[in-house]
Design a protein around this ligand. Structure first.
Ligand SMILES: Cc1cc2nc3c(=O)[nH]c(=O)nc-3n(C[C@H](O)[C@H](O)[C@H](O)COP(=O)(O)OP(=O)(O)OC[C@H]3O[C@@H](n4cnc5c(N)ncnc54)[C@H](O)[C@@H]3O)c2cc1C
Length: 429
């Protein structure tokens, strides 16, 4: 039986493994295996909400094992560290618990078709002190670390009867940095209602630092300026044209020699694929370690290995690269699925074409701004407010639909509504 391995159960990989399981796995036409270094999946764009406590990850996280059982694929927990293309095997590192005790020895898994979907990590561009002093919002663990540090700072302030401020610096004003800044102000508003009466927005000092001349550089200028003025209204100190050259325990230093004091620092300025991906298995990788793929999403040097999502460098017709977004990972999962079926049936593979549906940035409960790409408008149309919020949420619903189908997704939405009544608005522990 054909062995298909998908490595990385994120926005793209989990959708692909689910589709393959439901079709080929169910009919026993192929053996599908998903490999992930974690036991459960949380959709990455939710991480800034986990960081501020607006979302209880326990409710939204999905167990790979349970999902695999229901969708006819196998799940192997492990971290990929190498590919042997001659023997067609992937190598997984040994698995240890938090005390360093061996849980599983290193292993190899054989494949006929391999799909690499292990995403990206934050790129610190080798800026001194960043790795030691900044939090990267790359994983639920990092999001928890942020929440714990933030809650501790608020507790300290509360113990001092509200004397002083909580200083948080966020480097990089892409969607992650912008959304996190707004979410922090929401968290403070909520905390006031949970016994922190001496807290208000004036006690929260958020610096959003961006090297470029405007925030949200990937979006049209009018959306940047709408988001900029919303953030300023909330009290976020937006610093554009400011390059960070160093991070220390007590704050950031800029190229102009200014110091931005901060008790908590988040680095959200750019992405790269993990360092071990460089030239892995002799495949072609780029300067940020992404696997270079053809338009069929097959890697340039091996037709049996596909790459999707943030890990893939895929060139579009105009020469630009497909952006590292959840919507691209979602679309690539569908295209890779069709192409794997076509390959197994000896048919031609189709080219992946990125369809930009627009980008939306959620400024927590305060506002949502962004652009939608419409056939009618023949370009981008600026949207704000309630419509934008509904479309923003629908991106996550699309992911849930791809994983669970309509009925289960509708039930999950209902549970979400019930939880809004039963649980506090903020995760407080
Ligand atoms: C805070 C935040 C907010 C964002 N907001 C948005 C947004 O609003 N809209 C949008 O379009 N995009 C957003 N993004 C980007 C979006 O999350 C990514 O583009 C998308 O998740 C990429 O999907 P992926 O499948 O390539 O990788 P991921 O979703 O990152 O999944 C990768 C998976 O691989 C696993 N893995 C990693 N290394 C290994 C290994 N060595 N072995 C085995 N498994 C491994 C990981 O555990 C993970 O499950 C946001 C990102 C962040 C961090």
């Amino acid at each position: 039986m054909t062995k298909i391995i998908v490595v990385g159960g994120g926005a793209g990989g989990l959708e692909l493994a689910t589709k393959l399981g439901r079709t080929l796995g169910r009919k026993k036409r192929a053996q599908i295996t998903l490999v992930d270094r974690k036991a459960s999946h949380l959709w990455k764009p939710l991480l800034h909400e986990v960081a501020t406590g607006s979302l209880d990850e326990g409710v939204d996280a999905l167990s790979y094992r349970a999902h695999a059982k229901n969708h006819y694929f196998d799940f192997q927990m492990g971290s990929l560290n190498d590919i042997d293309r001659e023997r067609k095997v992937i190598a997984l590192s040994e698995l240890k618990d938090e005390h360093g005790e061996l849980l599983m020895p290193s292993r190899e898994l054989e494949y006929d078709i391999l799909v690499m979907a292990l995403g990206s990590t934050s790129n610190d561009f080798n800026t001194p002190g960043v790795r030691d002093n900044c939090i990267f919002l790359d994983s639920p663990e990092q999001a928890h670390r942020f929440r714990t540090e933030m809650n501790n700072q608020f507790l300290k302030l509360h113990a001092k009867n509200g004397q002083g401020t909580v200083d948080i610096a966020i480097v990089g004003a892409g969607a992650t940095g912008v959304e996190l800044s707004a979410e922090l102000h929401n968290a403070v508003k909520e905390l006031r209602t949970y016994g922190f009466g001496d807290l208000d927005s004036s006690k929260l000092n958020v610096n959003l630092v961006e090297a470029g001349e405007r925030i949200l550089p990937a979006l049209p200028p009018r959306i940047s300026s709408a988001a900029h003025s919303e953030l300023t209204k909330l009290g976020v100190n937006v610093r554009t044209n400011t390059m960070v050259t160093q991070a220390d325990a007590d704050g950031l230093t800029t190229k102009d020699g200014d110091k931005i004091p901060a008790q908590i620092m988040v680095w959200a300025a750019g992405i790269k694929a993990p360092d071990f991906m460089k030239d892995i298995g002799g495949l072609e990788t780029n300067r940020i370690n992404q696997l270079v793929v053809k338009n069929t999403l097959q890697t340039t040097l091996d037709d049996n290995i596909f790459a999707i999502g943030d890990l893939a460098q895929c060139t579009q017709a105009d020469g630009s690269f497909v952006p590292p977004r959840a919507q691209a990972a979602h679309q690539m999962a569908s295209c890779a699925f069709s192409n794997i079926i076509a390959k197994l049936n000896g048919r031609d593979l189709k080219d992946y074409i990125y369809k930009d549906k627009g980008s939306l940035v959620s400024l927590s409960r305060f506002s949502t701004v962004g652009s939608l790409m419409g056939n009618l408008t023949k370009g981008s149309m600026m949207v704000e407010g309630r419509i934008a919020r509904v479309v923003y949420i629908s991106l996550y619903r699309m992911h849930q639909m791809a994983l669970h189908g309509l009925i289960k997704t509708s039930l999950m939405m209902l549970v979400g509504r019930i939880n809004r009544v039963l649980r506090p608005n903020l995760k407080l522990h």
